[in-house]
Structures are given as C-alpha cells and as structure tokens.
Design a protein around this ligand. Structure first.
Ligand code: CDP
Length: 789
C-alpha cells in the first residue's frame, strides 16, 4: 500500500511531506514507556474513589447504610444518589438531548452494575474494600431484557419520565409509500432480520479521571476524553461552575473508539468528592466497570427488505429497526440525529427509492450506545446493506460482485443524491472493486471454490463494497448539546522557522502529532519534525468538538490546511518586503515565495519567519500566526472494497480466514503508513466483532461478558494476515482532498467476513447467521441445515 499511495500522492513536484510514510513523531515516547496517561497522575494528598455497583438489573433501593464503609481505616467519605439530589447533581444530560442519566441511583436501579454510591479513601485498595461494605437494601423487580418485550409497555422502566412508555423515539427517513409501492411491484423481494449485536469498544486503557480544585477554586480535570472542550462545557452546565474556572486536560489516551466520548457518572462523583473533601480525587475504572457500565455499541435489530428486477437491478430498500438503548438513552449522537448517520444504509447503490425507520426502547441494560469506531451507526447501516445485497445475490443465484457492479453509483454521477438524503461527494466504486477483484484473483478463487464444493468442502468468498459518511459536520445540521460541530486550528511559527500547532481534536493513538505536522509542513514548506502538535488542553487549544467518527481529518485537517494558508498570506507580505517587490507580484512555487517570472529571486518560509519577528517591513504586522474555525460544507464519503476468503470446517464449525484484502479510498492520503496502521487495527476489531465479541444478557439481566475471559480481545494469534491497497478519489470540497479513514475497516469488514461464511454455507441453503459467528453457532446452522435437507 505504502509504495503505491506514496506514488499517487507524490505526483507533483510540490510535495514536501504529503503522502509520505513519515515515522510517527509520538512513538519514541510510547515505545520507551514514557507516555503520560491519567493513571500516571500523582498529586499530593490525592484520594482514590471506588464505585458501588448494583448486582440487580431492576430493583427498588430501600436503604443504604454507609456505617461499616465509613468505619474502615483510610475512608474519608461515601456519597449516594440522595446526597447528589441535595446538591442538584443527581442527573447528567445525555449528548443528543433526548434523555438524562442518573449519576448515582436514586430510588431504584435500572441495570446490573449501575452506579449506586461512591467511596473516597486514602488508597485505591481501601476504597474498593470499603465499597464492598456499603450495605444497600434492594427489593428486586422483574427485569425487561428484550426490546421486543419492552415495546409491550407491560412494565414501565422509567418512572422519572412523564410519558409512561418504554418507547424513546421514532425516527424515519425517505419515502414510505413510494418504497412500499416499489416493493409490491418488484419481481424479486428478499427480506431478513439482521442483528448487529451489542458489543463494546473496550479500549485497553479504561476510563478515568483526576479532579483537583486549586487554591483559587478552579477545577483542573485530567480525564480520558475524546472531546475535552465538550466536557468543559458539559461540566459547567451540570455543576454550575463557570466555564473559565474549569480546565480539562486529556493527556495521552490508550484508545477510545467512541467509548471516551460520553460523560460518565464516575466523573461527576470524582468532582463532587474533590469539592467536598478539598483534596484531589482519582478514579480509574476497572475492566469490568468499563465493560458493564460505559457506552456499549450497536444493539440494532434490523429488518432489511430489498426489491429488485430479475436481472438484479435494485428497485427499493426498506429497513425497519428496533434499537435497544438500555436504561438511559446515552447514545453519543449529534442532537438532530437520534439514529446517527443510519441514513447511509443505501450504501454504494442506486436505490431509486428507500425508506428507513427506527424505534428505540429502554431495557434493563447498560446505557448507550456509542459510535464504536464508526460515524454514528454507520457500521450498522453498512452491515445491513452489505448483508442484504449478498442475500439478494444468493436468491438470484448471481455473483455478488456482478450484482454490486450492476447497481453501483457510477463515477460520473457524483455529487450523488442518495434516496435517503445524503449528497455523496465523490467515489469510484466500480474502480475500487475491480482493483480488489484483480488483486485477490477473484476468478481463480471462484474456480477453486467450484472444485472444493465438488469435494464437499466449504470455501467462501465474501465481498463488502461499503460507503461511509464521515466528518461531522456542517453546522446547519450537526451539534452536540447545541454546540455546532466545527473544528479549529491554531498555528504559531517561531522566528527560527519552527512552530506549534494546536487543534480542537484529541488523538488516542491515531498519530495526529505526525499527520497534523505533515499538513502544515506541506502548506508552509517547513520541516514537520520541528512543528510541535499539542492537543487536549482546554486552556491552550482552540475550541473543538474532538476526535471520533473519523472527523479529525475531514474537519480539523481542513482547518489546519486553511489556517496554514492564512499564515502564508501573512508571510507573503513579509516576503514581498524582503524581495523588494509588490505583494501581488509574489507567488508560492515549490514551497518558496518567488517574484513572478524571476525564479532566482526567492525566499524560504524559514527566512520569512525570521523577518516576521526582526524585520517585517513597514506597515506589516509583526509575528507569524493564524487561527481558524472550519465549518465543513458537507460530510466526506470514503469507500472501500473488502474481500474475505474463508474455509469452514463442517465437522466443527471452525472458520479459518485464509485471506483478507482491503482496498480503501480515503481521498488524498496524508501518511500511508499511518493509514495502513489504522486499517490493520480496524480490520482486527472487525474480525473480533464478526467472530468473537458480544455483550449478551441472560434472562435475569446478568451481563454475561463482564471481563476479558468472556469478552474476547483478538491477538495476533487469531487475526489473519491483512492485505491492503488503495485508490485515491479526492473529496472535492476538502481543502486537501482528504476524507477520514480510521473507521472504514471497522465499518466495512464485518459484512465481508459474514458474507464469506454464508457464501461457504450457501450449498446447504443457509442464508444468514447473526454475529458473532462462533464455532457453536456455525456448527448448529450446519446441523440444522442438514436436518432440514
Ligand atoms: O478522527 P480520527 O483521527 O479518528 O480519524 P481520521 O481522520 O480518519 O484519521 C486517522 C489517522 O489517519 C490520522 O492520523 C489521519 O491524519 C490519518 N489519515 C491520513 O493520513 N490520510 C487520510 N486521508 C485520512 C486520515
């Protein structure tokens, strides 16, 4: 991938760093164990907080006795929901504004592991031991575990709400009647219930914080946040502390994947503890707390119906979804998008008409859901349509690649208005798929499959040609808590031609310290090694909405390029002074300012930077810096073609992923090595989601995957060898043509894996198995199919 994309991006002589696989500037810190994470913080007098969790999924709280916990040596305080009611801090707003969430349970608990009390002690161990001594008197109630039971409204879960129903909201998009008419008229209709199981981002570093009030009463809050500025505003709104008296710092973060976007009850409790005890408080959650109480992902039950002509031309798409949001609707979606970007469910195909609707329900499960490495429900949408297209291909006995080719939005149709209202910016779906088919040797693989089938062996080839929508987002549509989803950049160039770059984003492993420097270096002709990137401190960074949903490059990356061009405009005047020419006669050629028509008369940005502080020229403002807030005109639409090749052992149900090829198109590539790393990571997560991971609940409401013994994390032992490649279709509206990439592999790969297994089992008549495709499930599907034959 690197070589090829390097070439594609280095086409012009002007390229200094863009498209080069520069080594990550941040890695020496991480590789030598010198990262600075929240749990590395040690402050004088710091106390530790532990949380008491409910063992019941649904129960009245009849009383809480703190006596034994408070009597333990080293314990300083225990707070409960009633204490927070007294301080008006019992509820948290959720990001999209449909609901609120209890900080500590008041009156009743609504999911197993819900936060019930917080204990503050001198050591982490004392806090945890004392938490076990907090005596809570529960009166168990019948739990509601399935959203299909919840919708009957036989047990109303949320008595704090005025509307006495478990139904949270209805969302729809598209032409309902037109879609039904088109389906009724279709020659072929396929329909399938497809479940995207509840899973969890499970970053290796769980969530945590340190809260400290200084002598002036100012809150310093170190936290594992993907969106520090939003936290500052949210903390101010919840606690009433003026925003200028709050400093939020996200230091190094060990993975986020959407899990570190919401504000969690533990953060509020730590701040309350630091306030009342007048000393710093640290809270670092355990793995079980992370898996059982923080934002889960997915949990969408999707009825997908596709209409088509007999030749495979699609005529209509209908998707009806039931969403399980758990006890509180804490989905981290933009305010106006309760179902996130699910409207991209028409995928890469020309559906003349479509209708998608979704109803969300409360259940006695942990609240969520977060955009786990996807741009707000895009993974669910992509999985639904990519599975649906394969089910259609199977019904028509058509090659799935040919079915896709027949229905792709063509290269010359962009910008393309989808049936559900998105305007896709650019793409070359057929070109990308053809590249993938050639690279993997598709025709040869199909020949091999025929031979194997003749021998009774189950080999499968799965294709996913997905389209994403990333870069939230244009302020006319996108906000969180009312805050528009722009992003920002600030660039200061020092006299010696080095500089500092700050943005409103926050890397959690994506390599922003490298790629942000590359963008600015390219625009200004400076050395990226000497452009320091700083993110995550609300006292210094310009206001931004943070890093998730692959929005950093489409939004902050654009802000950086445009801020750099502002610096260049300013520098041009100084260059004119140095070159004794009129500003209008100065042009920027090959990373230097030169006098038009006189290439020998030129100055470098480094020379101009020095002059900006020492000899700016009469009437020119000294110094060299700029800041910029960027409101994107549209989202960007990355796409890809993924192909999985699997062998299924019919005796054991074991699936071996023999090959996996990912061709990604994220527009202009800044750093091919980082993009490849992002793709490897996302594919490994997608592999785990397809085959290993789920957060199931039993009928009593017990979370059945509360640790890494049950919730399986893929290692290099299980993960296949990834083959990668790229095509480059720049975004026409992004200043450097870049789209996001971090989420594509997680969005596109689950369908490729599942399609491959279903393709392998298609001779048995198996059309669908819900993820995760464990051996047991695959084995059962084979046995059932054999029994039915
Ligand atoms: O928002 P987030 O940083 O998670 O995702 P992203 O914008 O997709 O970027 C992930 C990493 O890949 C960043 O370091 C980007 O700068 C880099 N990237 C790139 O080099 N070229 C692209 N076209 C897109 C992303």
């Amino acid at each position: 991938m690197s070589i090829e994309t390097d070439a594609a991006n280095n086409a012009g002589p002007q390229t200094l760093t863009m498209g080069k696989s520069m080594k990550r500037k941040e890695d020496p810190r991480f590789l030598t164990g010198n990262g600075n994470y929240v749990d590395d913080m040690r402050l004088p007098g710091m106390l530790y907080m532990a949380i008491v969790h409910s063992p019941y999924p649904h129960a009245n709280i009849k009383g809480i006795d703190k006596t034994a916990a408070l009597a333990m040596p080293g314990v300083k305080a225990v707070i409960t929901g009633e204490d927070l009611v007294a301080a008006s801090l019992a509820w948290l707003p959720t990001f999209h504004g449909f609901d609120k969430q209890m900080v500590l349970a008041v009156g009743k608990v609504l999911f197993q592991h819900q936060e019930v009390a917080a204990v503050f002690a001198e050591t982490r161990e004392a806090a945890r031991d004392a938490a076990e001594l907090v005596d809570v008197d529960y009166e168990p109630l019948d739990p509601v575990i399935s959203p299909f039971d919840s919708m009957k409204d036989e047990i109303i879960l949320r008595d704090d709400r005025e509307d006495k129903t478990n139904h949270i909201y209805h969302w729809d998009s598209g032409d309902k009647d037109g879609t039904q008419t088109a389906l009724d008229d279709s020659e072929v209709v396929v329909t399938e219930r497809i479940y995207a199981p509840r899973c969890h981002p499970a970053p290796l570093e769980p969530c945590g914080c340190v809260a400290q009030f200084d002598a002036m009463g100012r809150l310093h809050f170190w936290v594992t946040s993907q969106a520090p500025h939003v936290y500052r505003t949210a903390i101010s709104l919840v606690t009433g502390i003026p925003e200028d008296k709050i400093r939020v710092i996200s230091p190094d973060i060990g993975g986020g994947f959407g899990n570190k976007v919401p504000v969690y009850p533990g953060y509020v409790c730590a701040i309350v503890g630091a306030l009342i005890l007048k000393t710093p408080v640290k809270w670092i959650e355990t793995r079980t707390e992370n898996l059982t109480t923080t934002g889960f992902a997915r949990d969408y039950h999707m009825d997908v119906t596709i209409g088509a002509k007999k030749d495979g031309t699609v005529t209509a798409l209908k998707v009806k979804t039931v969403a399980d949001h758990g006890a509180f609707d804490a989905a981290a979606d933009p305010s106006k998008y309760p179902a996130g970007m699910f409207g991209v469910v028409t995928g890469s195909y020309q559906f003349p008409v479509a209708f998608a609707e979704l109803d969300a329900y409360f259940t006695n499960k942990a609240p969520g859901g977060v955009a786990y490495r996807c741009s707000f429900r895009v993974t669910e949408a992509s999985y639904a349509i990519e599975r649906g297209m394969d089910i259609l291909a199977q019904k028509l006995t058509m090659d799935p690649a040919e079915l896709r080719r027949k229905n792709f939005v063509r290269k010359d149709q962009f910008p393309y208005d989808s049936a559900l209202g998105f305007t896709y910016d650019s793409g070359d779906y057929e070109g990308t798929m053809d590249k993938a088919l050639n690279q993997i040797g598709y025709a040869e693989l199909r020949r091999e499959q025929v031979e194997k089938r003749a021998r009774g062996e189950y080999m499968g080839i799965g294709i996913s040609t997905f389209t994403e929508v990333v870069g939230a987002g244009p302020s006319k549509h996108f906000d969180i808590l009312g805050i528009k989803m722009f992003d920002s950049a600030e660039i200061r160039i020092h006299p010696t031609g080095t500089g500092i770059i700050r943005t409103g984003t926050k890397s959690q492993g994506q390599g922003h310290e490298t790629t942000w420097a590359q963008i600015v270096a390219e625009e200004l002709g400076l050395d990226p090694q000497n452009l320091l990137v700083e993110e995550g401190d609300t006292d210094t960074a310009p206001y931004g909405l943070g890093t998730y949903a692959s929005r950093s490059t489409p939004v902050a990356g654009a802000a950086l390029a445009l801020a750099a061009r502002r610096v260049r405009e300013k520098a041009k005047k100084v260059a004119a002074h140095l070159l004794e020419a009129a500003t209008e006669d100065i042009e920027w050629v090959e990373h230097k300012f030169q006098v038009m028509g006189a290439p020998s008369r030129s100055v470098t940005m480094k020379e101009v930077a020095f002059a900006a502080y020492t000899n700016p020229g009469e009437g020119n403002e000294p110094g060299l810096e700029a800041s910029l807030y960027y409101d994107p005109p549209n989202m960007t639409f990355p796409h890809g073609a993924y192909i999985a090749v699997v062998d299924v052992d019919a005796e054991t149900g074991e699936v071996k992923v023999r090959r996996f090829l990912a061709i990604d198109d994220c527009g202009t590539v800044i750093n091919p090595m980082i993009v490849e790393g992002q793709v490897h990571g996302g594919l490994t997560e997608g592999f785990a989601i397809a085959f290993m991971q789920e957060i199931p609940y039993d009928e009593q409401g017990n979370n059945m995957a509360p640790n890494f013994m049950e919730y399986l994390i893929p290692t290099s032992v299980e993960a296949p060898v990834w083959e990668t490649g790229s095509t480059v279709t720049p975004s026409p509206h992004h200043p450097i043509g870049a789209k996001g990439v971090g989420e594509s592999p997680n969005v596109g790969s689950p369908a490729a894996f599942v399609n491959a297994v279903m393709d392998a089992l298609s001779p048995l008549g198996v059309t669908h198995i819900d993820m995760p495709l464990t051996r047991e499930k695959v084995w059962k599907a084979i046995r059932n199919a054999e029994a039915a034959a």
